[in-house]
Ligand binder design. Structure first.
Ligand SMILES: NC(=O)c1ccc[n+]([C@@H]2O[C@H](COP(=O)([O-])OP(=O)(O)OC[C@H]3O[C@@H](n4cnc5c(N)ncnc54)[C@H](OP(=O)(O)O)[C@@H]3O)[C@@H](O)[C@H]2O)c1
Length: 308
């Protein structure tokens, strides 16, 4: 019988997303930020107490994991590493999961990761088959715990049940969650995670930069984010204004810090991406203080007026 202790994840308040490390397609790595910047983002985050890094085999086609491996060698702090299996269409058996993790471990220069996640559900591999592959990863000692990502409630429950039959806990479900994307509150996924004891890990918690307040209809984000968010950008001004006012009440917290603190207040674990030292430093400043219940309610109300 295998076992996996997921309690360590409950103690993690916030992590650092590593999609930015080497990704040229969405984040335009090499244009405006470089390897020095991401190294500093990592170092500052660690210096500020962040101990959880989220990467994936597909980020930068493996370069994010390679950078993570290098950075881990440069610190003496214990860092928790989460990575992900991508269900590519030719990966049709449960064995593809430990095989992919082995390749991730080589890029990470590690013998084991702390959390291995299925990046997306797949029409080609059943949830049950994927979980069998994940259990095999635990059995081989290649991951400490297992989780899923982008799973809806019924997929998550199938994952949970398959694991449970094998005495393995579902550590987490990593999903899109921000002040501008609150489906998980409204469709019950966040509540279900809490009920199951699985951590909800919130990706794109800054809505890919929008919630920092630096973008506007006249100054849209570069790359494909511009088209993706053209519509939303026209509507977010009142929310950004309220975030700013609330931030001032807490001694001048930035909009990014308010956005991340709001997620922590909701009981989820945000993993903001940072391209450089100053973004990482600012994001770490979301820790060590708390929005009041009234402020959270006001933010909810302002967000409800933008996204239903
Ligand atoms: N499981 C999944 O399917 C999935 C999907 C998406 C993301 N993720 C994970 O979640 C992590 C975070 O999500 P994300 O990267 O999509 O979006 P995010 O964290 O909401 O936004 C990150 C971007 O916002 C800007 N930014 C960050 N901090 C800032 C600050 N303090 N001030 C100003 N700008 C700042 C930077 O971009 P600019 O400077 O270019 O604006 C940065 O690249 C990823 O790194 C990845 O690990 C997982």
């Amino acid at each position: 019988m295998v076992s996996s202790d997921i309690r360590f994840l409950r103690a993690v308040e916030m992590g650092l997303g590593a999609w930015q490390w080497g990704d040229r397609f969405v984040w335009q790595y090499g244009r405006g930020y470089s390897d020095d910047d991401i190294r500093q983002a990592f170092q500052i985050s660690v210096a500020e107490g962040i101990r959880f890094i989220d990467t994936a085999e597909v980020y930068g086609s493996g370069s994010s994991e390679r950078w993570a491996g290098k950075f881990l060698k440069e610190t003496d702090q214990p860092i928790l590493i989460a990575t992900k299996f991508f269900p590519l269409p030719w990966r049709l058996t449960r064995n593809s999961i430990p095989a992919a993790l082995k390749a991730s471990l080589e890029r990470l220069q590690l013998e084991t990761v702390d959390l291995y996640q299925i990046h997306f559900p797949s029409p080609l591999l059943s949830v049950e088959t994927m979980m069998e592959g994940m259990i095999e990863c635990i059995n081989r000692g290649w991951t400490r715990t297992v989780g899923v990502s982008n799973f809806n409630q019924s997929q998550m429950i199938r994952a949970y049940s398959t694991l449970e039959r094998n005495s393995v806990s579902l550590a987490s479900n990593q999903v899109h969650y921000s002040l501008l994307q609150r489906d998980v509150e409204k469709n019950g996924l966040l509540a279900r995670c809490n009920e199951l004891g699985s951590r909800l890990i919130a990706y794109s918690p800054l809505e890919m930069g929008l919630l920092t307040g630096k973008y506007s209809p006249k100054n849209p984000p570069p790359g494909n984010r511009g088209a993706r968010y053209a519509n939303l950008l026209n509507k977010i001004e009142p929310l950004l204004k309220l975030m700013n006012e609330i931030g001032q009440e807490h001694g001048g917290k930035s909009n990014a810090q308010v956005a991340l603190n709001w997620i922590i207040c909701k009981g989820a674990l945000p993993i903001p991406g940072a391209k450089n030292a100053s973004q990482a430093l600012q994001n770490a400043g979301a820790l060590g203080w708390k929005l009041t219940e009234e402020e959270v309610a006001k933010l909810d109300e302002a967000s409800d007026k933008i996204v239903q």
